[in-house]
Design a protein around this ligand. Structure first.
Ligand SMILES: [Zn+2]
Length: 139
């Protein structure tokens, strides 16, 4: 099922770890609404601007999955409000700066771990978006 033109529920809920450990990572109606808001307000406008694939590496995580991968207890991934992604065809720092200066978001983090970098972005559909951007977020 499509959330927006270029993003599906499948890619926003897919997890290698969940599959490998038989974790049921199916989203609730509320989570789907949050994922849709994230795609409509941030990911799809970004995709439209870039004109190339935005690859989501982690979207929604049920609590079991979040625990398994060592996610923070209050992670916005648990509510479907956050996604981690990469853009193989673009400079990720430039993508980060584009979002920071142009798009609405709650939290925007440039995360690096063991030589890999990705962007974490969150959006709250019913509430205050902090517009907090951190360029070198410790993972
Ligand atoms: Zn994240």
């Amino acid at each position: 099922m499509k959330l927006t033109e270029n993003f599906t529920i499948n890619e926003l809920t897919y997890s290698v770890t969940a599959q490998a450990n038989n974790i049921d990572n199916r989203p609730s109606v509320e989570v789907i609404a949050n994922l849709k808001a994230l795609c409509e307000n941030v990911l799809q406008p970004l995709r439209n601007h870039l004109g190339c694939p935005v690859i989501v590496t982690s979207g929604y995580r049920c609590s079991e999955l979040n625990k398994k991968i060592g996610g923070k207890q209050n992670s916005q991934h648990l509510k479907g409000q956050a996604a981690d992604f990469v853009v193989p065809q673009k400079c990720l720092k430039e993508v980060f700066n584009y979002i920071k200066t142009t798009l609405p978001f709650d939290q925007l983090l440039f995360e690096t771990c063991k030589g890999d970098s990705w962007i974490h972005v969150s959006f709250c559909q019913n509430g205050y978006n902090r517009h907090q951007a951190v360029e070198n977020y410790p993972v």
